[in-house]
Design a protein around this ligand. Structure first.
Ligand code: IPE
Length: 262
């Protein structure tokens, strides 16, 4: 935790690219979804919750990266600049919608916070939270001495949670949770074998549901945190104190915590 101070524990919310954009249409925003999210986020911000937002690339970032790689094989500096620009474009549309709703969003491009994977500085987000702002960043692309690297929004959500000591991380997806083969929500995912990857999409350059769950299990194994995968309805319920979505918790860790709690 930065400074070792105890801030009102922030909740980190990752807004999946498949929620905020229309997957099938390149560079198309899902305005209805963004509007609904803005109302939910505003309500909870107003109620005193401290929120950090991360959004994905959807039909902006993923389309740009896969189109260019198919055409040229490798992304050059101009392509990286273009992908960064498309992500910034998406981010400013979301920022505007959130500010219009009354949420004091302060935007940080992912490539400004992180120079390469896992080489990040989240100090500014912490200061914003202290001052009542709602910092937001997003999955992005960076160029370094080893070429380009994609920084996934999911990874950002975990790194930020770790740096700021968040106890809750909510992944908002187009699905109401992690689904079993019958399409039912698995309420508690404790093992990667519970997840079949029917949901994986060809255009997704950072991985599908299985990768998300895998990362969540790993993070939960050494952090005291509630991780959920849910949809917009689920987010509204859970932030309101209700129950929704799938909780992802490493089975080993549950035993450790049980022993410690009393
Ligand atoms: C991807 O971010 C960013 C780029 C492709 C540049 P994410 O991996 O977080 O996006 P979604 O949520 O899967 O769309």
């Amino acid at each position: 935790v930065i400074h070792g101070k105890e801030l009102v524990e922030p909740i980190v919310i990752k807004l999946g690219g498949s929620v905020i954009t229309i997957k099938e249409k390149p560079y198309t925003v899902n305005h209805d979804a963004i509007k609904r999210l803005s109302k939910i986020i505003f309500t909870n911000y107003s109620a005193g919750k401290r929120l950090v937002l991360v959004h994905g690339g959807g039909s902006f970032g993923h389309t740009a990266v896969s189109e260019i790689s198919q055409r040229k094989g490798i992304l050059d500096v101009i392509d990286v600049a273009f992908v960064q620009y498309k992500m910034l474009e998406l981010a400013t549309i979301i920022t505007k919608a959130f500010i219009d709703e009354g949420i004091p969003v302060t935007l940080y491009p992912g490539h400004v916070l992180c120079r390469k994977s896992a080489d990040c500085n989240f100090e500014l987000l912490y200061e914003d939270l202290e001052n009542g702002l709602v910092p937001m960043t997003y999955g992005d692309i960076v160029y370094g001495d080893r070429g380009y690297a994609i920084i996934s929004g999911d990874d950002l959500a975990f790194w930020i949670s770790s740096a700021l000591g968040a106890r809750k991380i909510y992944f908002v997806t187009s699905k109401p949770g992690v689904l079993d083969k019958e399409g039912q929500i698995i309420r508690r995912v404790t093992n990667i074998d519970q997840v079949s990857d029917l949901g994986i999409k060809g255009y997704d350059v950072t991985g599908g549901m299985k990768k998300k769950v895998h990362a969540a299990l790993e993070y939960s194994s050494n952090h005291d945190v509630e991780i959920r995968i849910l949809d917009i309805d689920g987010l509204e319920k859970v932030l309101g104190g209700g129950e929704a979505g799938s909780i992802i918790v490493d089975s080993q860790k549950r035993l450790v915590n049980r022993g410690r709690r009393k």
